[in-house]
Design a protein around this ligand. Sequence first.
Ligand SMILES: [Zn+2]
Length: 92
Amino acid sequence: MKQKTIPLRKCTGCQEMKDKRTLVRIVKSENGEFSIDFTGKKPGRGAYICPDLECLEKARKSKGLERSFKTSVPKEVYDKLREELTDGADSK
Ligand SMILES: [Zn+2]
């Protein structure tokens, strides 16, 4: 039996290694624009975070995204993430 390797990525909030398919990807494109990538296929540099408001707050406080991207991350990116995560919880 072949064992499948699960690609792991580190959450910028809780710093835990998780299956990347369960994480939300934040992408910074070549022109420096940030977007939230649910497909995991957008080009650009990515950082990962659990789809969890607690992790989002942790990332915001610890500047996890800033450290991943090595640049400042606009507040709007966090707001957008929060919006997406809240919407997701509502539709369940
Ligand atoms: Zn997390």
